[in-house]
Ligand binder design. Structure first.
Ligand SMILES: [Zn+2]
Length: 55
C-alpha cells in the first residue's frame, strides 16, 4: 500500500492518492498534470514515494 499527498509537495491541495504503488504513481502524475500543469516523470514520483517511506 502506497500513499502520496499532494499537499506534502508544496501544493495547496488536499488530493491524496492511495493504493498499489503503480496505481498511486499513475494517479498522482495524472493529477499534477491535470490540476497543476506539472508533468512529473514516473521516476520522479517513484522517488517521492520511496523517500516518504524511508526506504
Ligand atoms: Zn494537487
Amino acid at each position: 500500500m502506497a500513499i502520496l499527498k499532494c499537499g506534502d509537495y508544496g501544493f495547496e491541495c488536499d488530493y491524496v492518492s492511495e493504493g498499489d504503488m503503480e496505481q498511486v504513481i499513475d494517479d498522482f502524475r495524472k493529477h499534477t498534470d491535470d490540476e497543476h500543469g506539472i508533468d512529473y516523470s514516473k521516476e520522479a514520483v517513484m522517488q517521492m514515494l520511496l523517500r516518504k517511506q524511508g526506504i
